[in-house]
Write a protein that binds this ligand. Structure first.
Ligand code: ADP
Ligand code: MG
Length: 893
């Protein structure tokens, strides 16, 4: 027994789409077979059946009705599958033998543009990466086919740049070389879960220049490195492979240079919650949430890009700031602009649909109605004088020709489908008008038939009706059947309670009506396609105007929030100080009740106030303060006003943060490793124009290790030429406060608290000078630890403080395990030269002295060993635990 011809066809097609689920069109269904059927039935909860395929065993099969396919496709895409749609290419009733079939489209997470799937204010990116093994360069490209964005960059191969770019654009799908370095691949897979499609080198390299010249009007082969060409080539080929035709909206290659934007590594991006919160991944609670008052979907997407990519060019920043300022100053005009913007649809995505040839008449109408607002916008813009707004006014295209075309041609109330007629306005096309009047005439004739026949026959209940099978008919109930004059009607159909008749005249009219209807549908569709193509031939103009509107919407949003929240215009400088008066955390201030947030000043420079060391108990507000400074700087560089009374901002080239616990834990690394990895990254990459936030560095290890590492990191940042970055350093190691005066650039601040009858009150004010008490027990009390525990803790603390001996203290600081010894090398040197340091160590040892109480510690270690549930740990966790325990044991030797 051999395979049936249909199954042979199926397998032939499937051979070319092994990595897709193949939707195989059979009549009104898409069917899936074999493994695809098993996968789809599981993922979509479909019944798995079987079909004879000519072999002994039936082929597993499941199917979905073709008209409901989009919903199922969307669900599979969301789960990271690719779907190949195989259609019947000829009319089955006309086909000789088996119907011709082939794949007409591939849907993938990075290229699916169904509006139910896309998020309005988020781009849907697909990315390609090309790594050149010969010269160690790489090219990275991103495309959003729903908007026509296509952007690309190249640089020396650098793993962290790859990770940062992925985290910035957040692509749903990646195209990589099949021989990509495993280290790069692992680092991507560790952090992201996109769908990855592997292609061989030749897919990237072959015919690159020719392809690029065809796809991109503005492509110049002399520009850019080859690795950029190859990554662009692979991406545009892949888009062609999935869409099956060249997309007209992808016609411009936008080169971008990552160094034109503030470099924010992936951890900082997450920690600073620029576009989503760290834990819940919600927009609410992020910086974007505060800044986004855009009125168009295009503006929403653009603002997200602005927030993801703050600028470092002072002129560009100032041009945004000046535009925002002018919008604020001319509020009535701004209000009119907002009113116009509100009526503008997502022109960008409509152009995407035009180029994928899936646009509906309703969407063309939406385009028309949006275009109708442009003259108003342009006129309003002409009343502004700042550079950016004037430029917009000069460059925005009123698209009058497109408006006229659509206004004359497209019906005001078209159906959703483009294959039902009723798309074209009366008077636009003669043939259509003629057919319509023939149809209308026929309909009128039929409408009057009922009353005429009632009169002739005297049957009051006579009715004229229509159904799809029999067409028009005259219906007479059984009771009146006998009243029908002989030979007047031809009997057509007998029902239980009535009889249906026709007449030759009626059928003639019916042919006319249906004939013109069919012709109308065809002609209207053809005409619609030609109108769509005419608009498509101007797609670059439409896209250009859409981009201007998007940017205008962003500026408008920034102006609005500045006005509503009373933000101030930051004064930018290339170098120098960051001087913020009355600064607030933009998000927390919004979340807390009005007026509850306590504002604070900040002064950072590259001299005396280069490294601000912030001490204060837990919950005092240290982390909030540091984030606030970073966010204010970023806002300014986005072009936004800032939450402060006044702000002088020296532009930062890079922002680094090492804050709190990292969610990299899930990747199998210990917190401490991650922390040190991040710190290493900072020390390697920061410059004297960078802003560094270090929050409790060293917390992930023992007190001595942590303290010494924190100490030497501070020294390194402040003493290394070329580094000396502006730094905020929050710590609970009070010992570090002694570094002020010892290391130039270090300045102590603390978050003030008030102690009232052993209760602490957080004042949230950052004041000069360190703090030398941790208030740990008081905070624990606030947190609701039971009274007996608090009391006992106080007792123990007292006990520990009293039993310390000066000999012991020395050991605490300088006589620790080997690792720390090396780490405190620098400290030791200072100790010899500087008596006061030794005193420091002695005075402050009391805070860490508990670790020298080996008895308690040994006891704790044993308890910890006993309670370790080794069976429930992964090997990696097990290893980390063991490492930790051994280290603790060493400190107790
Ligand atoms: P720390 O890092 O010192 O432990 P956090 O920065 O996490 O403290 O702040 C703890 C809480 O205090 C925050 O959740 C916030 O609600 C509140 N807070 C912080 N700073 C301020 C402020 N300036 N004004 C009002 N409340 C604040
Ligand atoms: Mg904190």
């Amino acid at each position: 027994m051999g395979l049936t011809p249909m199954m042979q066809q199926y397998l032939q097609v499937k051979e070319n789409y092994k990595d897709c689920i193949l939707f195989f069109r059979l009549g009104d269904f898409y069917e899936m077979f074999f493994e695809d059927a098993k996968t789809a039935s599981k993922e979509l909860e479909l019944v798995l059946t079987g079909r004879d395929c000519g072999l002994d065993e039936r082929a597993p099969m499941c199917g979905i009705p073709y008209h409901a396919a989009n919903n199922y496709i969307g669900r599979l895409i969301n789960k990271g599958y690719k779907i190949a749609i195989c259609e019947q290419l000829e009319d089955p009733s006309l086909a000789k033998g088996i119907v011709k079939r082939d794949v007409i489209k591939i849907y993938t997470p990075g290229t699916f543009t169904d509006s139910g799937f896309l998020e309005e204010t988020k781009n849907n990116y697909i990315m390609s990466l090309y790594v050149s093994s010969t010269d160690n360069y790489m090219g990275i490209s991103f495309a959003d086919i729903s908007t026509g964005d296509f952007t690309s960059t190249y640089s020396r191969l650098d793993n962290s740049v790859i990770i940062d770019e992925i985290s910035k654009f957040n692509p749903k799908e990646l195209i990589l070389q099949d021989n990509i370095d495993v280290e790069i691949l692992d680092s991507i897979r560790d952090r992201f879960q996109p769908l990855i499609t592997f292609k061989d080198d030749s897919f990237f390299v072959a015919d690159a220049i020719d392809n690029l010249k065809t796809q991109f009007k503005n492509f110049n082969a002399e520009q850019y490195h080859k690795s950029l060409h190859f990554s662009v080539n692979a991406l545009s080929k892949y888009i062609l492979e999935t869409q099956k035709f060249v997309l007209s909206n992808i016609d411009r290659l936008d080169y971008y240079n990552a160094t034109n934007y503030v470099s924010i590594d992936i951890n900082s991006r997450r920690n600073l919650e620029l576009t989503e919160t760290l834990r819940e991944k919600n927009k609410k609670g992020s910086l974007l949430w505060v800044l986004d008052k855009t009125n168009t979907a295009m503006g929403g997407r653009e603002l997200r890009k602005w927030v993801e990519q703050p600028l470092i060019n002072m002129e560009l920043i100032n041009s945004r700031l000046d535009a925002v300022e002018e919008l604020i100053d001319k509020t009535p005009l701004h209000q009119d602009l907002i009113d116009s913007l509100k009526q503008i649809y997502d022109i960008e995505r409509i152009t995407g649909k035009i180029s994928t040839k899936s646009v509906t008449a309703k969407e063309l109408l939406a385009l028309k109605n949006s275009v109708a607002k442009i003259p108003e916008v342009k006129n309003l813009l002409s009343k502004f004088s700042s550079k950016l707004l004037t430029n917009m006014c000069d460059n925005i295209d009123e698209l009058q020709d497109i408006y006229d075309l659509l206004e004359q041609s497209i019906n005001e109330n078209p159906p959703i489908s483009v294959k039902e007629g009723n798309l074209i306005k009366d008077g636009f096309n003669e043939t259509i008008d003629e057919l319509r009047s023939a149809k209308a005439h026929g309909k009128d004739w039929i409408a009057s038939l009922e009353s005429r026949e009632r009169e002739v026959t005297g049957i009051k209940s006579l009715k004229v009706g229509y159904n799809k099978v029999f067409g028009y008919y005259i219906e007479i109930s059984n009771a009146n059947k006998s009243l029908v004059p002989d030979g007047r009607y031809i009997r057509k159909q007998t029902l239980s309670n009535c009889e249906r008749y026709i007449t030759p005249e009626l059928k003639e009219m019916e042919d006319k009506i249906l004939g013109s209807e069919e012709k109308l549908i065809n002609i209207e569709y053809e005409l619609f396609v030609s109108i769509r193509d005419q608009v498509e031939s101007h797609i670059d103009r439409v896209k250009n105007t859409a981009r201007i509107l998007a940017e205008l919407d962003c500026l408008s949003s920034l102006a609005l929030i500045a006005l509503e929240n009373n933000f101030c215009k930051p004064e930018m400088s290339e170098f120098g100080e960051i001087d913020i008066k009355g600064g607030k955390h933009p998000v927390i201030d919004k979340i807390l009740p009005t007026g509850a947030f306590v504002s604070n000043d900040t002064l950072l420079d590259n001299k005396e106030e280069q490294l601000i060391l912030i001490t204060g108990p837990n919950m005092a507000g240290k982390s909030t303060y540091m984030r606030q400074v970073a966010l204010i700087v970023l806002m300014a560089q986005i072009g936004s006003f800032v939450p402060a009374e006044s702000a002088k901002i020296a532009i930062c080239d890079k922002i680094f943060t090492r804050i709190g616990a990292s969610d990299d834990l899930s990747a199998g690394k210990s917190t401490f490793m991650v922390e040190m990895w991040e710190v290493a990254n900072i020390l390697k990459n920061a410059t004297n124009r960078s802003l560094i936030l270090l929050d409790e560095v060293g917390r992930g290890t023992s007190t001595y290790d942590g303290l010494s590492i924190a100490w030497s990191v501070i020294e390194y940042i402040c003493n290394t030429e070329g580094l000396k970055s502006k730094t905020l350093f929050a710590t609970h190691y009070h010992e570090l406060t002694k570094l002020e005066g010892m290391i130039s650039g270090v300045k102590n601040y603390s978050v003030s608290v008030k102690e009232i009858k052993s209760e602490i009150v957080f004042l949230r004010k950052i004041v000069p000078g360190g703090i030398d008490q941790s208030y740990g027990i008081e905070v624990a009390k606030l947190a609701g630890l039971p009274e007996p525990v608090i009391e006992r803790a106080k007792e123990l603390l007292l006990h520990l403080e009293q039993t310390e001996s000066s000999e012991n203290k020395d050991i605490v600081i300088f006589n620790n395990d080997e690792e720390s010894k090396t780490n405190v090398e620098a400290v030791k040197k200072n100790d010899i030269e500087n008596i006061s340091l030794k005193e420091t160590a002695v005075t402050h040892a009391k805070d860490i002295v508990q670790l020298s109480f080996t008895d308690i510690e040994k006891d704790n270690l044993i308890k910890e060993l006993i309670s370790t549930d080794i069976l429930n740990l992964t090997p990696m966790e097990g290893f980390n635990k063991l490492y930790e325990l051994i280290r603790k044991a060493k400190t107790l030797k």
